[in-house]
Structures are given as C-alpha cells and as structure tokens.
Ligand binder design. Structure first.
Ligand code: SF4
Ligand code: SF4
Length: 482
C-alpha cells in the first residue's frame, strides 16, 4: 500500500504506485490540456515573500517525461531554464570527489570495486596520503569535496571515515582549506550517522542506484547492499541521526528510466512528508565503462536527449533541490544540461584512490579508477569554460558553515531569498580562486565577469559590503561570506 509517510521502503516507494503512475503518464502523454495545466502549476510565481514554485507530484512530472511532442519538450526546457534562473541564477558550484578506499565487500555488478573483481588493485589512503591528496586538491583551488569509499567494515570502518574527515578539515595549506566535506559512503546505522554529523559533514549522499526492487536485488547479488529495504531507508536513519542535508541519486542505465524517475520523486516526497524537508541534492549519474564493466551490457542505457529531458523534468518537479553531474559526462553533454537545471559540477576530478598527488594535470592513474572520466579538463579549464559561457563558478560553502541547513536552508531557498547570499558569495569565492590558483588567462576572464556580475547584487548594503570584501580579498585576506 502506497504511503509517503511510512518508514517502510516498499510503502513509500510502492511498486504498485510507480506502475500506476507510468500507466497514467502513458495515457496522458498527448493530453495537451493536462500538460499545459501541469506546466502552469510549475511556473515560478511572484508572491509577497518573493518568487515561489509549486513543484510537481511524481504523477504530474511523469506525464511531462512521457510526452514526446517536440513543441512541448521545448516548453519544458524553457520552463526548466526559467526555474533555474529564478533560484540558481548563472552560478555553478564546484566540487571534487576524493576516493579514500576501494576495498568493498559488495558485489554491485556495475561497479569495478565489486568484491569479486580480482583485476583491480585494492588501495586505502593513509592519513599521510590524505594530506597529500587534499593538499593537491587545495592547490587546484577546491574548497568542497565529496569523499567516496567502498563498504568494508574491516578496511573502511566508520572510525576510519571519521578520522579521514578530521584530517581533511585540519589541512590548511597556503591560502587553501576544504570548507565542506560531503560524504558518499554505504548505508549505515543511526548512531554512525550521528557520528558523521558530529564531525561536521555537509551533505550525506547515497545513490539508490535503482528503485526497482527486483532489479536492485539482481544488481546487488551479495553483501550488505543486497538488502533493498536497509538501503532505501538509509536517508530516514541519516535524518534521525541529525543530518539535515541528504543527497539522492539513481544510476541511469540500470533499469527503466521512467520507473527510476518516478521512484526518485517519490523518495523526495517521502522525505518532505516525514522530515519536513526534501533532498538537498539529486545526482544524475549514468553507467560508465570501467575495469571489468561494460556499460553496453545494461540495455536500459539512455541517450543524451533523454538524459537532458530527465534533468529538465527534475528541475521543474523539485525546484529547490540542487542537481549534480560529474565528470562521467563529457563537455558537450555538460554544456547542454547546465542551462536546464544542473547547479553543481565536479572539475579536474580523479576517480581513483590516490589520483591527485604527484600527478600533473595531464596525467591520470587508471589502475584503481571507479569509472572512465569523460571530461578530463583541469579545474582551471573548466572554470574558464564556464565563465566564457557567462556562468559564475562558485566555491561557496557558506550555508553549512552558517548553520543554514535542512529546513532553515529550504525556507530561504523556497522564496528565492538565498540568492542574496549565493550571488555575492559566488563572486567572493571566485575572486579568491582567481587570486590564488587561476592561470593569467582565466584570471582576466574572471575579473571582467566579477566586474559585470557585482551589479547584479540587488541589496545595496550587501552589494557595498561585497565590493569592500572583493578589495580585501585582492589584498590577501580570505574567507568572507554572507
Ligand atoms: S558501488 Fe559502492 S558498494 Fe557497490 S561495489 Fe562499488 S564501491 Fe562497493
Ligand atoms: S550561499 Fe548557500 S546555497 Fe548559496 S551557494 Fe553558498 S552554500 Fe550554496
């Protein structure tokens, strides 16, 4: 029985409800009158408090996704762009993954770290190696990391993860510092989530991979991750453990994308219904080639156009949720989806354990890679590329450090007021990047961008303070935020 308020996985992600949703979407995919109503409901509206969006239910959003009338798709894209502009402007938050360990006891059939892969060398960073990796990441200009580790209670117990986070936050190298550590580790207990909260993590990220239970169990034939309910209910335990910001995601290409899409939105509705706050982010990875993994064996892989449509529909359905794509996607695909709703991207990423320290921008070790990186540009190249397209690369981490998490963050975000912080913070953190890490060419483009964009800070007091801070940053001071 479908119940978004239930804490039982198979009740808030009801297979029956997803199938009924897909049938409803299919029946209405050419129902122009209904589709127009849905688009109208989702459009940004001016209210006394600011700009607000109603979002969509999983059923409504599924109708949009099912519709393949080209003119309607164009309308959807236009609406996704409008929503993106209203809540995220032209800012793109930058981050990098840091792989701590590829030891894993699970047998996920799409991941080269699976237990039975004897081809891949196993590696776990020591604290000294973490210092070297984080120093290299700081030297690139990163301020926000997503740490990744396989599930292995012996090699990667929670104590190891906690120690790594402490080490990462403690490293202050030149003007660099990692100011936010997001964590992507296996589903765990309420107590362990509490311990992660206590060491100051940003977002807890856990990809569902697939919401289709039968497929899930086939794709995870053994190991603790085999347990669909334990995995699917992890975000509830994380929130019970005090983690306010959680990040959802499915690995597109594993099962029917329309099924995954409906499941993903139902999961978001569930978090909102039970905890009063939806997911902080949604990631949209696609299956990639890697050691021992051939993505062609997954016959549900999706093309770039479908991928773009999914992203636009997510943007429309959950306007307040940040959307992340990684360097799994190549430059042209990233280009296409940035305008449709993606708000965070990784840059200069290495997806191997120990992939940063000791390697030049052109060198990348492949031996322990989790997946092929399609976008192999350096962070400086990605930053310049974004600015050439008039996006503002942002290294902002202010909210979590100001205690603006969970519903405190959402209440500001939902009326568009967070922009008053995001925009100047993006410019100030970009200025830091330009001073400390950018190539001369990138710096010149960035200086011109900041001079233009500072005029888009609407609050006069904030604008005056931001201008003052930009000067102080040029004189060597760091770490200002609204
Ligand atoms: S996806 Fe995660 S849990 Fe599964 S094999 Fe890879 S590292 Fe292990
Ligand atoms: S102000 Fe908050 S929401 Fe805006 S970019 Fe910074 S951390 Fe993100």
């Amino acid at each position: 029985m479908y119940n978004p308020k239930s804490l039982i996985a198979e009740e808030f992600i009801s297979d029956e409800e997803i199938r009924a949703t897909l049938e409803y979407a299919d029946q209405n995919k050419n129902n122009i009158e209904l589709i127009e109503q849905i688009l109208e409901k989702a459009a940004p509206k001016k209210t006394g408090r600011g700009v607000e969006c109603a979002g969509l239910t999983h059923r409504e959003a599924s109708v949009l996704l099912a519709c393949d009338i080209p003119e309607v798709t164009e309308k959807m894209y236009a609406l996704a762009r409008e929503i993106k502009q209203a809540f995220y402007g032209n800012r793109i938050v930058m981050f990098a993954p840091l792989y701590l360990s590829n030891y894993c006891v699970n047998q996920c059939v799409y991941c080269p770290y699976h237990y039975q892969n004897k081809e891949i060398p196993r590696k776990k960073l020591t604290q000294e190696e973490i210092i070297a990796e984080v120093t290299a990441l700081q030297d690139m200009g990163h301020k926000r990391l997503a740490i990744e580790a396989g599930e292995d209670p012996v090699n990667n117990p929670i104590e190891y993860i906690l120690e790594c986070i402490d080490t990462i936050y403690s490293i202050k190298h030149k003007n660099g510092a990692i100011r936010r550590v997001n964590v992507n580790i296996a589903a765990t207990t309420v107590e362990n989530y509490r311990r992660l909260k206590d060491v100051g993590i940003g977002t807890y990220i856990l990809f569902q991979e697939t919401y289709h239970k039968e497929s899930y169990e086939k794709l995870h034939p053994a190991g603790p991750k085999h347990n669909y309910a334990y995995h699917t209910e992890a975000m509830d335990r994380a929130m019970q453990g005090g983690i306010d910001d959680v990040g959802l995601g499915v690995l597109f290409g594993l099962d029917m994308y329309k099924y995954e899409f409906a499941g993903l939105l139902m999961h978001a509705e569930h978090l909102e219904a039970v905890h009063g706050v939806g997911p902080h982010t949604i990631s949209v990875p696609r299956v990639k080639r890697a050691s021992d993994i051939d993505p062609n064996v997954f016959d549900n892989s999706i093309d770039d156009d479908t991928f773009a449509k999914i992203i636009a529909c997510i943007r429309i359905a959950v306007p307040y949720t940040g959307m992340i794509i990684s360097t799994r996607e190549n430059e042209s695909c990233r280009n296409k989806v940035l305008g449709l709703g993606v708000s965070q991207i990784s840059g200069g990423s290495r997806t191997s354990v120990g992939g940063y320290a000791g390697y030049s921008a052109d060198e990348r070790p492949h031996d322990t890679e989790q997946f092929d990186v399609s976008d192999q540009r350096s962070l400086d190249e990605v930053v310049k590329w974004l600015m050439d397209m008039d996006y503002i690369p942002s290294f902002c981490t202010a909210c979590y450090r100001e205690g603006r998490t969970g519903d405190r963050f959402m209440s500001l975000c939902k009326v568009g007021q967070i922009q008053n912080c995001c925009h100047p913070n993006a410019l100030m953190t970009l200025q830091e990047y330009l001073e400390d890490y950018a190539s001369p060419e990138t710096k010149a483009v960035g200086e011109a961008l900041i001079s233009r964009e500072i005029h888009n800070v609407t609050n006069p007091k904030v604008k005056a303070k931001a201008i003052e801070n930009l000067e102080v940053i040029k004189n060597g001071n760091r770490d200002f935020r609204f």
